[in-house]
Design a protein around this ligand. Structure first.
Ligand SMILES: NC(=O)c1ccc[n+]([C@@H]2O[C@H](COP(=O)([O-])OP(=O)(O)OC[C@H]3O[C@@H](n4cnc5c(N)ncnc54)[C@H](OP(=O)(O)O)[C@@H]3O)[C@@H](O)[C@H]2O)c1
Length: 409
């Protein structure tokens, strides 16, 4: 389904002016025809081509590619402040769409609205968000229950995959048009459920060409959590045995693959219907936690590391299958009794929280490029249905990642 609104927003205009009133476009582009062909993919192909522009004072505009389908171009000139669609609609380019939660509550508080488009400062980049990853921390914050105190109204979303639109003063890493992914600013909110985010350039890495924007948006927070837990906290080594709970989940499915890439023997827990998927990720064994207690299965074959995205009684029960001196990586708070139990046996544990980490993100992207790490997409929702994405996530039954599509491709 084509959203005419999206067509207009990404740069189909016949006249655009910058802040000083300069014309940025001299001749009409094909907005009216594209809008007319919105329901007919075949007709879009007629509009492929290039449309070079020039400002009235001779300043050359970047060539704006007229791509397949409904999207004309994402490369609106950064100085553009106001643009006029061929249907006469005037678009204020200083604004952007965003999903705004005015107050804490259920998914219904996530509403599409309009806010100021940010501009990049020193060492920052403006990224046109193509897809935004959804994480459980999002619905915890939305409901007012997150670990980080939030002030409403807020725009959720940590995971960004998109295209650099504009670079701030001093940025040499990126140029407009570069494709990037990242989990910028965490635990502050970059507000990825929106058309644009601004964040430090070095909180992003180049997006591998092999990943779609949706896959790229599913990667940063979950993969960094798995990487930092297994590599930095547990220092997992080849040949060690690791138990990954919730192995089909957003973090778990990446943890299984990262642990395998380190040469570990990987045991996962998941519902039976997800066993083929988890084995396909490389897991050596999968335990159906509905049918068997992992404590009974592993009591005589203890593991060196447990990666635990569940906590509660899983913390103390996981300790019983760990070797003395092992590591329990918990990405949720561990209760005091389990902490004491672990200390008595020389097991290292404690709550670990993900951090922006360009070194790790680069290593993660390397694994993707080597074909050793992939992102499973559970479902994709359009930006305006962020509430639907949260409802899906809160079932706690997903496989891999949920993603918001911000730009239609
Ligand atoms: N500390 C941090 O920095 C950090 C970072 C990321 C995430 N987290 C937290 O970690 C948790 C998991 O995040 P996520 O993104 O991986 O969540 P998720 O993708 O929503 O997890 C869903 C998965 O969990 C599985 N699952 C649920 N209960 C299970 C159980 N008892 N045993 C085995 N599998 C179970 C489900 O499989 P079945 O259908 O088979 O049950 C499903 O595949 C969340 O609470 C999140 O907030 C913390």
């Amino acid at each position: 389904m084509v959203h005419a609104d999206a067509v207009i927003r990404v740069g189909a205009y016949r006249r655009a002016v910058d802040g000083a009133g300069h014309d940025l476009v001299e001749r009409p582009v094909v907005m009216a025809r594209v809008a007319g062909g919105a329901e007919d993919p075949g007709r879009h192909r007629e509009f492929e081509g290039h449309d070079a522009g020039q400002r009235e004072d001779g300043y050359p505009m970047r060539t704006r590619e007229l791509g397949h389908g409904p999207i004309l171009s994402h490369h609106v000139h950064p100085a553009t402040r106001r643009a006029e669609g061929c249907d006469g609609t005037v678009i204020d380019m200083t604004k952007m769409r965003a999903i705004i939660a005015e107050r804490a509550g259920g998914p219904e508080v996530l509403e599409l609205g309009e806010v100021e488009r940010p501009t990049p400062g020193l060492a920052e980049i403006l990224v046109r968000v193509h897809a935004a990853g959804i994480n459980p921390t999002d619905w915890k914050s939305r409901s007012g229950a997150g670990a980080v105190g939030r002030t409403f109204p807020l725009i959720l979303g940590y995971d960004v995959a998109g295209v650099v639109e504009q670079v701030g003063h001093g940025v040499t890493l990126y140029r407009p048009g570069d494709e990037v992914l990242g989990m910028p600013l965490f635990p502050k909110l970059p507000g990825a459920y929106a058309d644009y985010v601004v964040a430090p350039a070095r909180h992003f890495v180049p997006k591998p060409a092999s990943l779609s924007f949706e896959e790229a948006a599913g990667l940063p927070l979950a993969a960094l959590t798995a990487w930092q837990g297994l590599v930095d906290t547990a220092k997992l080594k080849a040949g060690q045995r690791v138990l990954v709970h919730a192995a089909a989940g957003g973090v778990g499915h990446l943890a299984v693959q990262i642990a395998k890439s380190l040469g570990a023997y990987v045991i996962g827990t998941a519902s039976a219907a997800k066993h083929a998927f988890v084995r396909g990720l490389g897991a050596d064994e999968v335990i159906d936690y509905h049918e068997a207690d992992f404590v009974d299965v592993l009591r005589d074959q203890p593991v060196d590391v447990v990666f635990d995205p569940i906590a509660g009684d899983y913390s103390s029960r996981s300790l019983t299958v760990l070797k003395d001196g092992g590591v329990l990586v918990s990405i949720l708070p561990v209760d005091d009794a389990a902490m004491k139990q672990a200390e008595a046996r020389g097991i290292s544990t404690g709550f670990t929280i993900v951090e922006p980490d360009r070194l790790a993100l680069t290593a993660i992207v390397d694994l993707v490029e080597q074909g050793r790490l992939r992102v499973e997409i559970d479902s994709v929702f359009p930006l305006q249905d962020a509430a639907g994405a949260h409802r899906r996530g809160e079932t706690n039954r997903t496989v891999g990642k949920i993603v918001l599509r911000v730009v239609e491709h």
